[in-house]
Design a protein around this ligand. Structure first.
Ligand code: NAD
Ligand code: DAU
Length: 332
């Protein structure tokens, strides 16, 4: 039985990870989360209080972080500012949380010799050409495009330096685009689903040919546990489920699954510096750690996700109007 400190555990992937840990291990969890706009109290309320404790606090606050880190066996670090569009409008919180917050955690795990797993993104590698057969691997050079991805790249490099210079026991995983329950409506898939549920139209940036490599959040969680349990200290593992899709194709699937017309969407202003394509080669995770995704059928996973948003209007309705107003102000 391990005591895990999960930062960002009230967010989309962090809360899915906490549920995964409760279902598949005997670990107990402390969530450290500052409850930004992206967090949800509901995402944690039905969990066993004997196994989950929630602490409200900022990962960049050493006085909060240090005593918490000291009494845990491992830190799994999800907390971040995560939305590219927000990072273009206002980069400062991204530098503060993603860089300074990660630095603060690294100093605490260094002081107390606590195992650290850092959650990162495929976006640190920049983007790929649409017709290029290449995919990202653990040795792809870093080339981030946005304020978000550059701060995640910076945090990855801090982790690598703390391993090499101070002997911190850390691993890193870089995952592709996640979908599933509890994702904020600012993100692509929940935005389209909840627009349609609200009687409005879907919104596609630019020409919509951009490609993302979709993975269910529960498969991301099992990949993270595999690295935490069996990964080699100092190493990086890419997590992806071989599921590249253009935004146009994902939207067409959502429209079909929700019984709407194929043209029930608007093209809106493109994202500045919009990355064209991401694609993960997860051979290392599969072969070295024996990991396999469970959600092989994307259309079935998407149908479940649509059903989840239909059934959980209380999660998204209170923030929907303000999220759409912010998009509308940017012509998106
Ligand atoms: P999210 O935006 O849904 O949740 C982030 C959580 O972090 C929120 O609960 C928020 O309150 C918390 N947080 C933010 N700043 C904090 C601070 N200073 N102190 C404490 N808590 C703070 O994010 P997500 O989509 O679940 O992403 C989680 C992690 O996974 C991030 O590190 C992200 O870079 C990474 N990631 C995300 C994806 C994806 O598709 N969403 C893919 C790969 C990697
Ligand atoms: O690749 C991993 C990354 O995936 C994570 O690191 C990020 O935290 C996460 O937000 C996600 O980044 P993206 O920018 O790829 O995700 P987003 O959901 O914002 O957009 C997905 C694609 O859909 C992207 O090409 C932009 C496009 N898009 C997005 C929105 C919100 C639209 O066409 N319309 C929209 O309304």
């Amino acid at each position: 039985m391990r005591q895990l400190l999960v930062t960002g555990g009230a967010g989309f992937i962090g809360s899915n990870f906490v549920r995964h840990v409760l279902a598949h291990t005997d670990n107990v969890v402390t969530v450290l989360d500052s409850f930004t706009y992206a967090a949800s109290e509901d995402a944690l309320t039905d969990l066993d209080p004997a196994r989950v404790t929630v602490v409200r606090g900022d990962i960049a606050d050493a006085a909060t972080v240090d005593p918490l880190v000291r009494r845990h066996d491992a830190v799994v670090h999800f907390a971040a500012e995560t939305h590219n569009d927000n990072s273009l409008a206002s980069p400062a919180p991204f530098v503060q949380t993603n860089v300074i917050g990660t630095f603060t955690l690294l100093e605490a795990v260094r002081r107390h010799d606590v195992r650290f797993h850092h959650i990162s993104t495929d976006e640190v590698f920049g983007d790929l050409e649409l017709e290029d057969p290449a995919r990202f691997t653990e040795s792809t050079p870093y080339n981030p495009s946005s304020p978000y991805s550059s701060t995640k790249a910076g945090s990855d490099l801090l982790v690598r330096a703390w391993v090499r210079s101070f002997g911190v026991r850390a691993t890193i995983s870089n995952c592709s685009n996640n979908y599933g329950p509890w994702q904020h409506v600012e993100k692509f898939i929940p935005r389209q689903i909840t627009n349609l549920l609200s009687g409005s139209r879907a919104r596609l940036y630019g020409d919509g040919r951009h490609v993302r490599d979709w993975i269910h959040a529960d498969d991301h969680s099992s990949g993270v546990l595999a690295v935490l349990d069996r990964g080699t200290i100092g190493e990086t593992y890419l997590i992806g489920a071989d599921n590249e899709r253009s935004n146009r194709d994902v939207l067409a699937m959502i429209l079909r699954l929700m019984g709407r017309d194929a043209d029930d969407y608007d093209h809106v202003t493109d994202r500045a510096g919009h990355d064209r394509r991401y694609a993960i080669d997860a051979t290392r995770l599969r072969e070295e750690l024996g990991w396999r995704p469970r959600f092989g059928d994307f259309e079935a996973g998407l149908a479940d996700t649509i059903a989840w948003y239909r059934a959980h209007e209380g999660f998204w309705r209170p923030v929907k109007e303000a999220t759409e107003a912010a998009y509308a102000a940017k012509g998106q």
